[in-house]
Every structure is written in structure tokens, then in C-alpha cells.
Design a protein around this ligand. Sequence first.
Ligand code: ADP
Ligand code: MG
Length: 254
Amino acid sequence: MAINNSDGSAVEVSGISKQYAGKQGVVQALADVSFGVDPGEFVCIVGPSGCGKTTLFRILGGLEPATRGEVTLDGSPVTAPTPNMGIVFQEYHLFPWRTVRGNIAFGIDNAAVDGVDQDERVQHLIDLVGLAGFGDSYPKSLSGGMKQRVALARALAIDPDLLLMDEPFAAVDAQTRERLQDELLDIWQETGKTILFVTHDVEEAIKLADTVVVMGKEPGQIRETVAIELDHPRSRADAAFGSYYERVRSLIDG
Ligand code: ADP
Ligand code: MG
């Protein structure tokens, strides 16, 4: 359970299987994956490359149909992308011809959010993700970490109840990654959103999550779900952090 008051949404993943028709026959990317996420909970999904994390993410986001099973968001089946979800990919997917401000505003333009002053909202988001002073910059002039901040702000722009993030910090350097992790935790605590965060980095998962869903591969499946009962901020130098790390590591290694 999350420690904050929350407007986040509840997610239920029930018996999800996914098969792809590959060149060498059928690939069972996911086999009977089920878990629940409470409103405001921060859940990290970890597992080795190829265990179906991105496939699960795409099904959660309504970007891809499951072969079997169902995902619900606050009780309603997810069959297509909805404005209740903000999605952040590993690649930034920014529009090079739009400024930081323009990229963030794009989400609001599209969702036609009523009753908000758009300029004020975009400025608030720029400040929230630590990009004050860069509103008029273009993506090409930004570092990887800054681009990922823009992508996060754009996902937050429509004020979704659920944030879906697929290895969002994998492409940035270690020091920037730590900063982004801390900022994401601040935003999570401030907004109470539900966050589903995919990573192959066990340390990142232990640092962020209320609950870590550990997956194994061939076929992609859930090995175990581990509740991380540590206060924030968490330090990897802490003995309890270390034992969670070892536990999740050994679950992944099987
Ligand atoms: P992860 O994100 O954990 O690395 P993926 O979800 O990307 O894993 O992939 C899971 C498995 O499904 C892999 O064996 C991968 O090769 C296969 N796969 C993923 N997408 C497709 C696709 N579009 N067509 C065929 N096979 C796919
Ligand atoms: Mg992936």
C-alpha cells in the first residue's frame, strides 16, 4: 500500500497471455500474468531482457491486445489508449520542431482539458520537472536527462491517474538517473498518482517501489511479488535495502 493520500487509479491485470507469431513459430511472450495495483501505489516490474516487460506495458497502455486475459483501470477494461494514462517510453518521442513548452502543451491540446489556463499549467509542469528557464529551448539542445524530463512533463500534462513508464531512465547516465529517480518520487508523493514502472535495474526498483513484481522468461511470467517496506528516502547503504536487493536478484536468477 502507498503511504500517501491519492487520486490514483486501481489497476487489475487478470490472466494475461500474449503470443506472437514469429518466424520460428509461436513466441509465448507472456503466460498467465496476474496482479493488482492499489490507487496511489508505485509498482516496479523487473525481469531480464526478453521476459515480456514491454509487451505487458503495451497491453497495460491499451496499445496492443492480449491473446488472453484482461486489464482493467478502475474497473473498466482497457482496450485502447485513454487520457487517464500518461505514458513515458525509454526513447523520448519528442517533437523536434516544438519547443519544450510546445512539447508539453501537445498533450493538453490533444486532450482539450477544460477550465485550466494552459500557459500556467505548462509553466507549472516545467518547474515541477526541474526545467525552469528551458521552456523555449528545442529538444536538440537538451541532454538525455532533460529530454526525459520533458517526456515526463508531457505525460503529466493531462493529469492522468496512472503513469506508465517503460525503462524511462535506462538511456541516461548514472548520476542523472539518480536525480530523475528522486524527482519522480517527489512528484509521486506530491500528486498521489499510481505509477507502473518497468525496469531491468533491480536497485532502481528497490529504491522506488512499494511493490516489486519479479518476472521470469520463456515464457514471460510472474515469479514473485515483493513488498518493499522501507521509508523514503532509501539508501542502498542500508542493510535492509541490501537484503531486498539480494532477494529480488536471486528471484530473477532463479
Ligand atoms: P522485455 O521488454 O522484457 O525485454 P519484450 O516484451 O520486448 O521483453 O519481448 C518479450 C518476447 O516477445 C521476446 O522474446 C521478444 O522477442 C518477443 N516479441 C516482442 N515483440 C514482438 C513482436 N512484435 N513480434 C514477435 N515477437 C515479439
Ligand atoms: Mg523492454
